[in-house]
Design a protein around this ligand. Sequence first.
Ligand code: SF4
Ligand code: SF4
Length: 375
Amino acid sequence: MILFQVKPTIENIDEEYKVHDKSFLLYLYISLTKLLFFLTIVFRDICALFTSKKNDKKLNHLDIEPTNICTANCVFCAYQYQEGKFYKKIDDDFVDRLVDSFCSAGGGDIGLTPIVGDPLVSPDIVKLVSKCRSRKEINQIGLTTNGHLLTSEKFIELRDAGITNIVISMTYPDEKEYKTIYRSTQYKQLIDNLNALMLIDKKQVNIALGIRTPRLFWKNNPLFKKAKLQGWEISRNLFFDDWSGSVTDGLKKNHLLKRPLRGKHLPCTMLQSGPHAMASGKITACGCRDLEGKSELSDPKLFAPFYESANLEKVYYGTMDTLRNRFLNGTLPTICATCRHYNPEYKFASFKDKLIQICADLKAGLKFVFVPGCD
Ligand code: SF4
Ligand code: SF4
């Protein structure tokens, strides 16, 4: 947009922060971006009215958390609020039971990204990838990492074990910004790892960079250009969830945009695709926000068929309906009510419920536009 005359550079990042604080134009930009957010989701809601995939498979994704320890401490992440025990690795028998049950139900994709934590901290990560790859029912195997431990040697081990997708999360390539937002001193290690990775044969592995930056102008960095030439996908997280309000101050202080709270009627996609198995041995329905598995989404009753007889299919085609119905009848779990990470699952919904979802999103959009202070 030509509205902004200050082009952020490594030297003027502080200046850029000031602009974020004071500029009316920036305020306008943020408001328009959020408005566009609502227009986009309502458009998606409307398109979904005319597609029906009721026969699609529900249990098609399994998340396994190799560890809940991280080497960074990002301002936008709830890692800083993790109170329970830290697990360096997940139990092997637990993983075997999960993978067996998932494969018996037809399998699908496996994600090895913790709710919070870096998967490469686990000493078993390569073994885990091999274990999953050895099953014919498994398609994609992916993980997201902050890249601190993604040396060329580690990448080659993961590649040869059968990983298919790696997302590396980082800020704009600027040490000061990295230190501020990821609160880590490992910037140089990350950049060395990225540069080394560019020289390796990636074979079938898809690499993506997920950029978390408050900058308005961020695309024209030589590192990104080099990565693009390698075929890496580069995307930027424009909005952030506030983890039910716990990281609101961190987002505000660092000029990261809080994702608007959308209307919720249809069950969240998280309740359809598959479970997240935590390094602690608990299972939760939500691989996104149920930090430590303390919410209703990890109620043992919900997963009783798995705990009792290693049957995940009975969960996703049975007990999970209780949770899904709580969305439809407006009594959704507290953690979901305040969650900004929500995505409605249209595939299995009736026409009427899809219409109600449109109204809920329209209402949230109008509230955002007309109610002062609503974000
Ligand atoms: S790198 Fe990931 S898990 Fe670690 S603190 Fe940052 S967002 Fe959280
Ligand atoms: S609404 Fe949020 S907390 Fe609830 S299942 Fe979806 S992503 Fe998880």
